[in-house]
Design a protein around this ligand. Sequence first.
Ligand code: HEM
Ligand code: SF4
Length: 556
Amino acid sequence: MYRYDEFDERFVRERVAQFRDQVARRLDGSITEDEFKPLRLKNGVYLQLHAYMLRIAIPYGTLSSKQLRQLALIGERYDRGYGHFTTRQNLQFNWPKLRDVPEILDLLADVEMHCIQTSGNCIRNVTADHFAGVAQDEIEDPRPTAELIRQWSSLHPEFDYLPRKFKIAVTGAEHDRAVIKAHDIGLRLRRHPDTHEVSYEVSVGGGLGRTPMIGKVVRDYLPKDDLLAFLEAIMRVYNLEGRRDNKYKARVKILVHEIGVEEFRRRVEEEFARLDGPSVNADPAEVARIAAYFKAPDYEALPAISRVLEATKAANPAFARWVEVNTIPHKAPGYAALTISLKPVGEAPGDATSDQMRLVADLAEQYSQAEIRVTHAQNLVLPYVRQRDLFAIWQRLGEAGLASANIGLITDIISCPGLDYCALATARSIPIAQAIQHRFADDNRQKAIGELNIKISGCINACGHHHVGHIGILGLEKRGIESYQITLGGDATENAAIGEILGPGLAAEDVPDAIERIVNVYLSERAEGESFIENVRRIGLAPFKAAFQEVAHAVA
Ligand code: HEM
Ligand code: SF4
C-alpha cells in the first residue's frame, strides 16, 4: 500500500488544525451556517436530514487493517456504532456531532486518512477495480495510475473550483468492474495491438444523475507517460468551457454532449499540443517510486487447487456455495480473492458495524496481507486469501452475520441512503432494498436466477447507480406519495448501457411483485446458460413490459 511521506503527514495535520478553528467559530456563532458551508464542504462535511454527515476518502478503495480498525473506533465513539460504504468506495458516517469532527479528522490523520476533496466542485476520490493486482484478466494494475492521479489532483490549484464535481475511475482489466463509463473520466489500461505497449483508453463525459450519459472515447491509445498532460488538457477545456450558469448543466458530460465528442476531442488535443508535456507529466522516477508500493506480496508456492478446500467443500454444501459465489480465481496459484457481502438480508446495503469492521480487519491481518478493498457495489474484499484458509474465514464471518453467499446475485443490491438520511431524497430506498431481499432470500432461488444487479436511488441524483442496474429503481414523489420507476437493461460493465423505463411508477409495496414478474419472464425465456442481462438484450423489452403492466396500483 501507498505510505504518506513527511509532506503528506504535515499537510493533513495542518488542514485538521485549520478546520478545528473553523468549527470553533461556527459553534460560538461567529460565522453563520452559510459562511461555514464552503469551509465544511472542503472537508467532507455535509448537512443532512437529521445530522451532519462525514464522507471519508478511501483512495481507490484500498484500506489497511489498521485503517479499518480506526474507522470502527470512530464509528463506535462518535457515530452510532456503524459506517456506510458507498458506491464510490468511500465511507460515510451519518451521525457525527460537529464539535467532534476535528477529533475524528485527527484520528483519521493518525492512520493516513482524510476527508479532503470528498465533496465540492473538485476532483473527487479516484476509484479503481477492487480486484486490482489479483484479477486473472488484468493487463496491468490500475492502482499506481490511481495514486498518481490522486497526488496530481489533490489541491491542484487550477482545478479546485471546477464548474461541478469531477469523478475519475481506472481499470486495468478487460472486464470493467470500476464502472468507468459512468465517470467524468474513465481510464482503461490496454495493450496496443501492434506495438503491444500498455497505454490508456481515455473516455470522457460519462455520468449518472438527472442526465445519464455513457462516457465517450477521446483517445484510443494514450502513451502512459503522457497521462497527466492529457488529463490536464481535458480539465482545462472543461474548466474554461463547462457551464457555470446552470448547476444542472455544469458536468463535463453536458459540455461533451453540447459541442459533440469530435469537437471536444479536437479542443483537448489542441490544448494537449500546446502544453509542455514534460513539465506536466510525472518524473519517471516518481512513477516508479509509486508503483513500488503496489508490488505483489510474496506468494507462497501452492498447488493451483487446494485439496483442503475441495475436501471441506465436499463436506459442507453451504460453504461450497459461498466459495462459488463470493470468490474469484486469483493470479497466484492456490489463492482466491474473496468478497465479503455487506448485504445480509434485511440490513441496510453497505452498512458495517464497528464490530464487523474489526472482525474484517482481524481476518485481513491473519489471512490477507492486512489489506482490504471496498467495492463500488458496497461490499468488502480480502484480496490475498489462501484457498485453504477460506473455511476458517467463512466460519468466523458466519458468527458475525457476514457470510451471505450473494455476490452479484439479486439480493446484492446497491442502494443509496434515500429518505432515511438524505436531505435531497424524494423517496425511501433502503426499505425497498430490504423488501426485495426478503422476497428473494432463499439461497437456492437466488443462485438459480444467477447474476442480476438491482440498483436503487432515492432521487434523480442517482447515487445508487440505478441507470446502470440490470434492473434500476428510482424513487420519486408524486403528489406527496412515493412512486418507483423501474428501468431495465442498464449495464455498468464494458458493455455499459442506460436502462429503459418499463412503465408508470409503482407504489412501494408493489415493487417486489414487479421484480418477481420481471424475473419470471427471464426464467421462462432464458436460453441455456444465458444470464439475465443477456436475455434482456436478446428478447428486448416487450415481454417484460407486458408482465410489468399486470402489476396493480401504478401510481399514475
Ligand atoms: C447522503 C448524502 C448525499 C448527497 C447530498 C449526495 C448528493 C449527490 C448529488 C447532488 C448528485 C448529482 C450530481 C450531479 O449529477 O451533478 C449525486 C450523484 C452521485 N452520488 Fe451522491 N449524495 C449523497 C450520498 C451518496 C452516497 C451514499 C453515495 C454512494 C452510495 C453517493 C454516490 C453518488 C454517485 C455514484 C452519484 C452519481 C454519479 C455521478 O456523479 O454522475 N452519494 N450525489
Ligand atoms: S440518490 Fe438522491 S436520495 Fe439517494 S443519496 Fe443521492 S441525493 Fe440522496
